[in-house]
Design a protein around this ligand. Structure first.
Ligand code: IPE
Ligand code: IPE
Ligand code: MG
Length: 253
């Protein structure tokens, strides 16, 4: 008997999983190690989860790597994170490419160093034709930033007379967000025990299923992700309909 037989109204597999990878610092502190050690361990967890998602044929995996607010951290931690980001891209891009993974970045990259921006652009260009997993890295990303940059584009088009006011629909807003052409996240996961969104994909999470776990990011493995996906699959997504409408397949979602 499949899981679907047990729970006919359960959700299908998530197409897009979006993760706030939190808890690296505490993981290191528990080991009496500097926070940097936790971030390095976090990269190893990223590798495992990316591989697993590719194997499981997840379409999109978004990882929140650095928020627009993370610049507020001590300078040495920020520069350590920038160095780790660049080194990780240098060592991983070819591997991602070989595995047919498409790499993409969202966030305001103009604040990054030129060498980092260059590597990001190279990684995207090199992998753009790949069609297994799309790996989206949110770097210097904020949900509010995303909406502001969308407003700017929309207002520029209006000012140029290319966009009548009544054309501003949800679909049009979607098209101007950094996630344009990426399906909305089905499953949101935050590790590290905090139950907040911390300015991640504010618009895109409107109907995403939320999953919070106390597991610290470096300890989050394939089994932990499987548990999150099982929780997701046991839920009935209603999108405003009644449970009966979903159960009796009276509506198509
Ligand atoms: C998440 O782990 C990684 C980044 C924000 C870059 P943290 O560094 O926030 O770890 P904690 O929350 O302090 O344990
Ligand atoms: C969110 O984690 C950002 C990332 C994981 C990249 P934080 O650790 O920065 O979030 P807050 O500050 O606790 O809300
Ligand atoms: Mg944190």
């Amino acid at each position: 008997m499949s899981y679907d037989d047990l729970n006919p109204s359960g959700a299908a597999n998530p197409r897009h999983i979006a993760i706030i990878m939190d808890g690296n610092g505490r993981w290191a502190q528990q080991r009496f190690m500097p926070r940097a050690f936790g971030h390095q361990a976090g990269v190893k967890a990223v590798r495992k989860i990316v591989e697993y998602c590719a194997q499981q044929k997840v379409e999109v995996l978004t990882l929140f790597a650095f928020s627009s607010e993370n610049w507020r951290r001590p300078e040495d931690e920020v520069s350590m994170l920038m160095g780790l980001f660049l080194a990780t891209l240098q060592s991983e891009i070819n591997k991602l490419d070989r595995n047919n993974i498409r790499l993409r970045f969202i966030g305001n990259r103009s604040q990054f160093s030129e060498s980092l921006q260059k590597k990001m652009a190279e990684g995207e260009a090199q992998t753009q034709g790949n069609d297994a997993l799309t790996l989206v890295i949110a770097a210097n990303y904020g949900g509010r930033w995303d909406m502001c940059q969308a407003f700017q584009q929309v207002l520029d088009k209006m000012a140029a007379g290319r966009l009548p006011r009544q054309n501003i629909t949800e679909q049009l807003v979607n098209q101007h967000l950094s996630t344009t052409d990426i399906p909305e996240p089905d499953l949101f996961i935050r590790t590290g025990g905090e139950q907040r969104v911390s300015n991640f994909m504010l618009w895109q999470l409107a109907y995403t299923e939320m999953y919070f776990t106390p597991t610290l990011w470096p300890d989050f493995d394939e089994q932990s992700l499987e548990t999150a996906i099982t929780s997701f699959k046991g839920r009935q997504r209603r999108f405003g309909h009644t449970g009966e409408q979903i159960l009796n397949k009276l509506v198509t979602l």
